[in-house]
Design a protein around this ligand. Sequence first.
Ligand SMILES: Cc1cc2nc3c(=O)[nH]c(=O)nc-3n(C[C@H](O)[C@H](O)[C@H](O)COP(=O)(O)O)c2cc1C
Length: 146
Amino acid sequence: MSKILIVYCSMSGNTKAAAEVIADGAKTAGAQVTIKESTTAKPEDLLMCDAVAFGSYDAFSYMGGGLKDFFDRVFYPTQGQITDKPYAAFLTHGGGGKAIQSIESIAQTFKLKKVAEAVLIKGKPEGKALAELKALGAKIAATDGK
Ligand SMILES: Cc1cc2nc3c(=O)[nH]c(=O)nc-3n(C[C@H](O)[C@H](O)[C@H](O)COP(=O)(O)O)c2cc1C
C-alpha cells in the first residue's frame, strides 16, 4: 500500500476542501493517506511518504505563505533524500492561477518527479473539479514511490 502525503495551505477553506477530495480519491485507490496543513507538516512527513501532493491558494500569483514556509523548513533536512519522489500539485485561485508555477519550480529544485499535471480550480471545488481532484488522488496513489 503506498503512503501518500498531502500538504496544503488554505486561508478560507477552498484548498483544504480540494485536499480532502484528493485524499478521498487516493484512499479509494487503496493508498494510506496523511493529510497535513503545511505549517504543521515536518521533514519526516516528506521523507517517509511514497508520493506527495502539494496544494495552495493563489496569493498574488505566488503560493500561499504557509506552503512556502513548509518548503523553506524542509529543504535542507530532506536534501538528497527525496530525489525522484513522485509529486503532483493543486491550486485554487480567484481567476488567475499563475501561482502554480511557483510550486512546480520549487518541486523541481527539490528534484521531485512530476507524475500528474497540476489541477487548478477556480474558487470552491465543485462539479467537474471534484472528479478531477479525485482522479489526481488516484493517480498519485498508483505510483510506487519511484
Ligand atoms: C491575499 C490574497 C491574494 C490573492 N491573490 C490572488 C491572485 O493573485 N490570483 C488569483 O487568481 N487569486 C488570488 N486570490 C484568491 C484566492 O487564491 C482564492 O480565493 C482561493 O480559492 C482561496 O483559497 P483558500 O480558500 O484555500 O484560502 C488571493 C487571495 C488572497 C487572500
